[in-house]
Design a protein around this ligand. Sequence first.
Ligand code: B12
Ligand code: SF4
Length: 487
Amino acid sequence: MVVLYHPKSTKPRSRRFPLSVLSLAAVLEGREEYAIIDGNVDPHPLGSIEELLRNQMVELLAVSVMPGPQMVAAMETCREVRARYPNVPIVWGGYFPSLYTEATLNAPYVDFAVRGQGEETLVELLDASRGKRSLDSIAGLSYRDGAGAHRHGLERALKPPDAFPRLPFHRLNAEKYILPTFLGRRTAVHQASVGCPFRCNFCGVISAFGSREKMESPVRTEAVLRHLAGKYGVDAIQFYDNNFFLREDHARELAERLAPLNLRWWCEARIDILLDYSDATLEAIRRAGCSMIFFGAESGSDWVLEEMNKQLRTDQTLGLALRIRQFGIVPEFSFVIGNPREPERDTAECLQFIRKIKRLNPDSEIILQHYIPVPQRHRMYGDVEGRINFPVTVEEWATDRWLNFTIRKDPATPWLKPATKKLIDDFELVVASRWPTLQDIRLPAWGRRLLQALSAWRYRLGIYSRPFELEWAQRLIDLRRPKVESL
Ligand code: B12
Ligand code: SF4
């Protein structure tokens, strides 16, 4: 038996289908005995894994690991499993081992690290463990050899979703995963493409999947969503694609196929790509149920965008903010602030730029993140970033200092002065209070009005510092929010 383990990564109300382990399950279904343990649902995943280890012949513990708190949960569980069941091989796959392969292999409780797309690598690893092939012949696999040296197989070529069987949703209790959001009462998730063909040099996706994107055929996307709607009553979808729209003809066909399903959906896309689409296509996308699109605007300065290799200009972001209004699609613009060379100038320009966006399209949602370099590609600013020594062990990645870095809460980068960080955080609070996000469905109407009233003068006058009253209001609202029962 193979145990597929998805460590806890989020709070119950944000829980979604764990697509990583479901994708692996899809290739095992009907061929191998397997069980899925999801820490987002199971309050005692270690106990459940141990029960399987005691009662079944477990050949492999396969763990999906995203950088951040999920990695900490993976570390804690695997350490215990290794101590109590030292003969059970453990493989980590997902973004953490893809980006931080050496740190992963330095952990004594991890035997194999899978980089990038995992379906075929997992099947081949099972073959190798049964003596049917050698480890060094497996693309996408890294491992420690008998002498403890790290070995890395070739890169695995990316395959499109249609190359693999559809996800076995029936192997999970779907009711735990289909939850209310601003999009609908019963929201599910789907990923209709893998990878991304761009090369923004702060982004982890290219390090994990290379600069390629493979799209699912619109026929299959329609079939999956029809199944989710028909069998599980799903009325809303969050698409997890890194880059949902690529070719206009594909987008048009997909929109036409999705429209009859009456779903409301959210996805991530590139500003320049959508800006090039015709009005008719944007209209079709809206008719198909698209309600909000997340865009990586990243910066309010062309010089920073150029350094990021974003292949985008700020006038395109402004153009899109204005144009998308007429189609009734809410744009969500994400910014990554804190250019290592000139963090103060970058921050000042970015805040001014966001104010411009809000003037053009007040409905725009704004997400601010502190810029962090991504290891393996962190040479973006040469010497400046060379001042960061990334952890070489899983344990160090699990410390508060590196967790705060990973989740971009407090990057503690040497170039970001505390005052600049504070300005970014205070501005974020003022903007989020002036225009509370549509996505917070538990924000009561009185709370929305309170935040708007308290923040209006600050935003108008551009006074962001010491927003104590907004912090107080946030705390008050949190205390009085309607509680969601434990799901
Ligand atoms: C959904 C999601 C989340 C959800 C997770 C919900 C859930 N189900 O648990 C939430 C909102 C919680 C989340 C949070 C975060 N996320 Co997130 N998230 C994603 C997102 C959008 C989709 C992931 C997904 O399900 N993909 C679909 C599956 C099929 O793909 P996959 O996970 O890559 O799995 C494949 C391979 O990786 C591999 N694989 C995966 N696991 C395993 C295991 C084994 C054993 C094997 C063999 C193979 C294997 O095989 C799979 C099939 O090919 C990705 C972006 C993306 N599109 O990938 C970002 C992404 C993974 N997240 C990211 C980040 C940074 C975070 C946060 C740190 C953000 C933050 N500021 O806090 C947090 C930390 C989470 C945590 N607690 O540790 C980054 C990671 C890269 C990086 N820069 O470090 C990404 C890539 C976003 C980005 N573009 O930067 N996230
Ligand atoms: S377009 Fe988005 S997903 Fe693609 S490389 Fe750039 S930041 Fe990453």
